[in-house]
Design a protein around this ligand. Structure first.
Ligand code: SF4
Length: 488
């Protein structure tokens, strides 16, 4: 058992049970360019240390302790629960624990992992004097070789949402009331034939992150009709209403309707044969936003916690692809595209600025949190292009707005607002499911492979897949825009 098993068990025993037979690997969102442990060893200036190995026993670790002050990846276990301490410094039986975190802002979301690890370490006879988190320094900008000392920061406090140290980690851990033995008793006696008949939906199913087994626990929701009350977005009462026999959006109980614009659009769509749009608001939005030529652009990028190239900060992204469709006032469309490898930022910028018309509206989906942000980052990294990039950023318009603001809703969206969902309603002929690359994560995964293969034919195939995928995204923007225009 590892600490991740305990965390799953405490969140939901069923989740723990399902995870035991789940071999599905999750996609590594972060593209990590170096051995982070080595980097932190440099930061801490550790010269002599014991390096823990997989499956080591407490005896092995204690032997390491007797010979070294520093332990890296030290393995401890207690009643079958195994944990790994990233960095441990000790003198005698007193020690400091150092946890590493690929984040700019270590918050108390890390409490569980630290609490359990610290508990196992103390059960093994050590006394903890202090606990630190080593995290990424957001002020660091790479110039030349990585400077490990500047890349990382160290804190003994959790930070609040504003990025300020708010509570001492060890003090916070000491305040937690829990018994490691009690939880382990429950876990060790857990019946693996967990009752599969009655599944109760709780906030743990859909809380901060939706449980990966949600569809398995509630298969009926997959087959629910498009206008099911369960599609009502942001509603805390939808399950209550469902239990009370209300099945459809149109029948919503007004006492339990929170009244957001999105919810209103959903209910009205159900009352209007599946489609709602506020013609006046939509017409006015389109008139305000539309200046020809219209550009429809979509970027793909990879996320690097440790900056791989000059002028990049920790946790910045590197855009490696764009697809652009330009529509003239006569309706004609031209297509432009780009894919780069490794440090392709400058080529990306130059090609894009060259391809984009020097005036007119630029549409993207979720533009402010995505494409516009990328342009701001690129303008910091390449000040010589800053004026042009920021001028382009100022022309972006978010094509998601009419949907997010409840101006348009189709029940086929089923409470989801992604470009892919909306495109699938508008154009049933073209589908992302027909492509090898179906989503942004697939695109990142293929791009990471491209950078490491020499086989030209295979590389060409991968390029084609990426072009098709990103091309469908930019063309989906054109289709959504055309559809909105046709509505008014
Ligand atoms: S969906 Fe809910 S009940 Fe099912 S495993 Fe996840 S948390 Fe448990």
């Amino acid at each position: 058992m590892h600490i991740s098993d305990v965390r799953k068990f405490l969140r939901c025993p069923r989740m723990y049970q399902y995870s035991l037979t789940d071999n599905q690997k999750s996609f590594p969102f972060f593209n990590i360019i170096c051995d982070t442990d080595e980097s932190i060893i440099n930061k801490l200036n550790i010269k002599d240390y014991y390096l823990g190995q997989v499956n080591e026993t407490n005896e092995d670790t204690l032997k390491g302790l007797s010979e070294h002050n520093w332990l890296v990846k030290a393995r401890f276990s207690y009643r079958g629960l195994r944990c790994r301490v990233p960095f441990l410094y000790h003198e005698g039986d007193r020690c400091d624990l150092y946890f590493s975190s690929l984040t700019l802002n270590p918050t108390d979301g890390e409490t569980d992992n630290i609490l359990w690890t610290a508990s196992v370490v103390e059960k093994c006879g050590l006394t903890i004097d202090n606990i630190y988190i080593i995290y990424l320094n957001k002020e660091y900008v790479r110039h030349g070789e990585l400077e490990h000392d500047k890349l990382w920061s160290i804190t003994d406090s959790f930070f609040n949402a504003n990025g300020h140290a708010s509570k001492n980690i060890l003090g916070h851990i000491r305040k937690q009331t829990f018994s490691i033995d009690l939880v382990l008793d429950q876990l060790l006696h857990f019946d693996n034939e967990y009752d599969d008949t009655e599944v109760m939906r709780t906030s743990k199913c859909t809380g901060r992150s939706k449980c990966r087994y949600y569809e398995r626990c509630f298969p009926e929701e997959k087959d629910m009709p498009d206008n099911s009350i369960l599609t009502l977005v942001g509603s805390q009462y939808k399950y209550d209403m469902y239990r009370n026999g209300i099945r459809y959006l149109a029948d919503v109980n007004l006492d339990r309707f929170e009244g957001s614009a999105q919810q209103y659009a959903q209910i009205m769509a159900d009352k209007n044969n599946g489609l709602f749009f506020d013609k006046v608001a939509l017409n006015s939005w389109l008139n305000d936003q539309t200046e020809y030529p219209l550009s429809f652009i979509d970027f793909e990028w990879d996320l690097y916690p440790i900056p791989p190239f000059d002028n990049m900060r920790p946790m910045e992204v590197l855009p490696f692809q764009y697809s652009l469709d330009i529509m003239q006032s006569d309706g004609s469309i031209s297509h432009h595209e780009f894919i780069g490898e490794r440090d392709c930022r400058q080529k990306f910028v130059e090609n894009m600025l060259n391809d984009l018309p020097d005036h007119g509206t630029i549409f993207a989906y979720n533009a402010l949190g995505a494409e516009v942000l990328r342009l701001k980052e690129l303008s910091e990294q390449f000040p010589e292009y800053s004026d042009k990039l920021m001028a382009a950023a100022g022309r972006f318009v978010d094509l998601a707005m009419p949907f997010i603001n409840g101006v348009v809703y189709h029940t086929g969206m089923r409470g989801l607002y992604s470009l892919k969902v909306i495109q699938s309603i508008i154009d049933k002929e073209r589908s992302y499911h027909d492509l090898q690359v179906e989503n942004g994560l697939d695109a990142v995964s293929i791009h990471r492979k491209i950078e490491h293969i020499d086989d030209h034919e295979l590389k060409r195939e991968y390029y084609d897949e990426l072009y098709k995928y990103c091309g469908l995204d930019s063309y989906a923007l054109v289709e959504v825009y055309d559809k909105l225009k046709s509505l008014v």
